[in-house]
Design a protein around this ligand. Structure first.
Ligand code: TYD
Length: 141
């Protein structure tokens, strides 16, 4: 089955409002992102060699930006894996629900901003990769 646009991970460019005093980018609810924002968190002070977020969400969609520095975003849709290098604060990656994702290879002082479609819920996590693949193969995720 072909994935619909809503179900496809993709890079979304953000605008840049250029100013000699410094640039500005904005994300407004219900514009640009294919979901309504329920929660925002950020990951920082990541020690060299560490990775974050090796899991999938059952329901939550996300948008991830390298607000500062750079890191690699590893994503797996159950069939294919992809690594996207993020190093600009005026673009991000939309990640649909049911996607395995991990942030890795953080440069020193990087900040990963994560914007989500749902409030925090431990029950929304799938933390076992083999279970993730099983759920994808049986269309349960
Ligand atoms: P977790 O999502 O497991 O981080 P990572 O995916 O990078 O390994 O979250 C780490 C801890 O933070 C965990 O104890 C749950 C807590 N947490 C919240 O309380 N609220 C949140 O919105 C998030 C994302 C995590």
């Amino acid at each position: 089955m072909r994935e619909s646009k809503k179900n496809k991970a993709r890079i979304i460019p953000l605008g840049k409002i250029r100013d000699k005093r410094g640039n500005l980018s904005v994300i407004e609810d219900n514009k640009l992102l294919p979901f309504t924002i329920a929660r925002t968190y950020w990951v920082y002070d990541v020690p060299g060699g560490e990775s974050r977020g090796g899991h999938a969400y059952r329901k939550s969609e996300e948008f991830i930006i390298a607000l500062s520095g750079s890191f690699d975003l590893y994503i797996h849709n159950g069939k294919e894996e992809q690594i996207i290098h993020l190093d600009r604060c005026n673009k991000g990656v939309y990640i649909p629900a049911g996607t395995w994702r991990r942030m890795q290879n953080f440069a020193t002082n990087s900040i990963a901003l994560v914007i989500c479609s749902t409030p925090y819920s431990p029950r929304d996590y799938v933390r076992d990769f083999d279970l993730f693949i099983q759920l994808k193969e049986s269309n349960a995720l």
